[in-house]
Design a protein. Structure first.
Length: 427
């Protein structure tokens, strides 16, 4: 079968690497892809939001299965576009339609959904720009820190956590009336601060059945000791050592089942990945957020552990036959360390030559922001490479990744050397 993956990050390279291992995969395409996907698939220079160009490629290359990596095309309705186009209705596409994608596309939609289905999450209220007074009064009923969330997609930057109420009120105004996050901030969700430790859980659903993929924990802040600005993710480990079987049973019973059943009850078909950002408060799980795609860099640690044939798995998802699948999970741990461009997540330089990739043998090297020019691999983004290794536990896997990274060099490279240390302190 010919397959197309949409996206260009480490997540998409990891998916391509896995799908390529299936004997059922004939030609594999990635749009637009990166220097890593180019080695194992055909990159197509198409923007993930250019639905007409995607259609043309699907028809020309006789593509039968499409996997959508990032959230924006999902929220913009790429799956509706496929389902409604006569030439594309037979193509299997893995991802939710726009309505279901609102679980990620609108914080208010997600919170209201959780409220309707009694799914544990932080207490909240949402406000629009004509409700600043009410919003300030609601803030006064809460204890610091104050959590403000722009309703719409804001590339991971739309959440503010503030200690001081005057600052919280000022930021509220910046978002609601001064366009700090553009249209994403037309509404703001204010919620209670949850104190605990975060982890992510991933569910693959065909709308009726679901499979729970391995858990992961990502490291979001740029600086060691979890300091500094938020990034798209500086590394990830899987499984999460503090996600005990008892805790995961609670996640399944209180969160996953009510989510899948709630979508069914409301007749919102969901085909694809539900990525549930969780806070473990004491021994109980609370939902921080839903995403309607896999995480990046979590995918780079989770997908290598799922031993199933991914063409069969994605096909079953698209055809509503996930009940016929048994997941086969590698019992080893996998850890991913992300190498970034110096300066990220603020301004950084692109186009630096990456050396030494051919000398890495103990780890998987997934490309994130790279491109190939005249046979050389150049940096082309903030997050450049994701180095994944297997190990008996997350630490052993991390050590292997760090060792592999000694072979890699580009100007101004940076990575966190402290991944996993927070967990040792907890043990
Ligand atoms: P989100 O974009 O919803 O993932 O939020 C970004 C980050 O803000 C999360 O990964 C958490 O670290 C933090 N966060 C979001 N909501 C809360 C909350 N209610 N309590 C504590 N931390 C939160
Ligand atoms: N690593 C977090 C995300 O993919 O949203």
């Amino acid at each position: 079968m010919n397959i197309l993956i949409l996206g260009s990050g480490g997540r998409e390279h990891a998916f391509a690497w896995k799908i390529k291992q299936s004997p059922r995969c004939d030609q594999l395409f990635v749009a637009p892809g990166n220097a890593g996907t180019m080695e194992i698939a055909t990159n197509l220079p198409i923007d993930v939001l250019d639905f007409q160009a995607i259609k043309k490629a699907v028809v020309n290359h006789e593509i039968q299965l499409v996997l959508v990596g990032p959230e924006v095309p999902l929220v913009e309705g790429i799956c509706n576009f496929f389902h409604n186009d006569k030439q594309l209705t037979d193509v299997m596409i893995v991802g939710p339609e726009a309505h279901a994608a609102q679980l990620e596309g609108s914080k208010e939609f997600a919170k209201d959904f959780m409220f309707r289905h009694q799914i544990p999450t932080a207490a909240y209220q949402s406000f629009s720009s004509d409700q600043i007074g009410d919003a300030c009064r609601f803030l006064e009923t809460l204890q610091p820190p104050y959590v403000l969330k722009a309703d719409g997609l804001a590339a991971g930057k739309g959440v503010l956590i503030l200690e001081d109420i005057a600052e919280a009120k000022a930021e509220l105004k910046n978002i609601l009336t001064d366009g700090k996050f553009g249209n994403a901030g037309n509404k703001v969700v204010i919620e209670e601060f949850l104190k605990g430790i975060e982890l992510s859980c991933f569910v693959l659903t065909d709308g009726k059945n679901y499979k729970i993929l391995p858990t992961a924990k990502d490291y979001k802040r740029i600086g060691e000791g979890d300091t500094g600005l938020n990034t798209g993710g500086m590394g990830a480990i899987s499984p999460v050592p503090f996600a005990t079987p008892d805790f995961l049973k609670k996640v399944e019973n209180r969160i996953i089942i009510p989510t899948v059943e709630g979508l069914k009850k409301e007749e919102i078909p969901f085909v694809g990945f539900i990525f549930i950002g969780l806070m473990k408060v004491g021994d109980d799980p609370f939902v921080i957020e839903y995403n309607v795609r896999m995480g990046d860099p979590e995918t780079e640690a989770v997908i290598p552990r799922v031993k199933n044939d991914w063409v069969t798995l994605l096909e079953a998802t698209s055809l509503g036959k996930l009940n016929e699948i048994n997941l086969d999970i590698d019992t080893r741990a996998a850890s991913t360390v992300v190498m970034v461009s110096g300066g990220y997540p603020e301004a950084y330089k692109k186009g630096e030559i990456i050396l030494g990739l051919e000398n890495v043998h103990q780890s998987m090297v997934f490309h994130a922001g790279t491109k190939e020019v005249d046979g050389e691999v150049l940096t082309d983004g903030g997050r450049v490479l994701a180095i994944t290794s297997f190990g008996q536990n997350y630490n052993d896997a991390l050590e292997k990744s760090y060792k592999s990274m000694e072979n890699i060099f580009y100007k101004n490279m940076y990575y966190r050397r402290d991944l996993g240390l927070d967990l040792q302190e907890r043990m």
